[in-house]
Design a protein. Sequence first.
Length: 200
Amino acid sequence: MVGAGGWNFVVAGHAWRIALAVNAQAAALVARGSGRALASASVTLHAGECQPKDTLVAIRIAAMRESVERIGRFDPQRARERFLASFDPALCRFIEIDGVRSGFILIRPQADHWLLDHLYIPPEHQGKGVGAAVLRDVFARADAQRLPIRVGALRGSDSNRFYQRYGFVQTDEREWDVYYVRQRVEPKVLPKAITLNQLE
């Protein structure tokens, strides 16, 4: 459910649940090159505010560390300060896999688009289809609101390939970041059924 003042995933109480059943074809798509996939799992986004912040910072640093070290910009203190400076716990949702906190997502609704500000999954849970499952549901909800989704990714990080794989198109780039948009997809309109009278 998405309200005018924000986004809120709620199903049967206080969580948005996705049944993640990955068949062979889907596994090849979401775990391309890794040889890993979740055969079956319950992926949950909790609607309550994300706390404590230290847990979120740790998840973010773990998810980004390899990419940031690759370009020589790994600074845990800077990463913490940058994240907390604009963090809004009311917009954040923990991602849980079978009850275990395994990442988080934060979307900032804007007047003409959704900003996917944070989506972090620790390395031990990457390449299993979790991020893909979350994105698919976010896409469906954004499309229902007829809104595109924008996201930024650190230049040189693996997240660039991830977002491109799921339909994001580059729109701009700066010294350290690359920016993408995923345009809304209009629902398919099936042709009206033809009656026997129309065939006569």
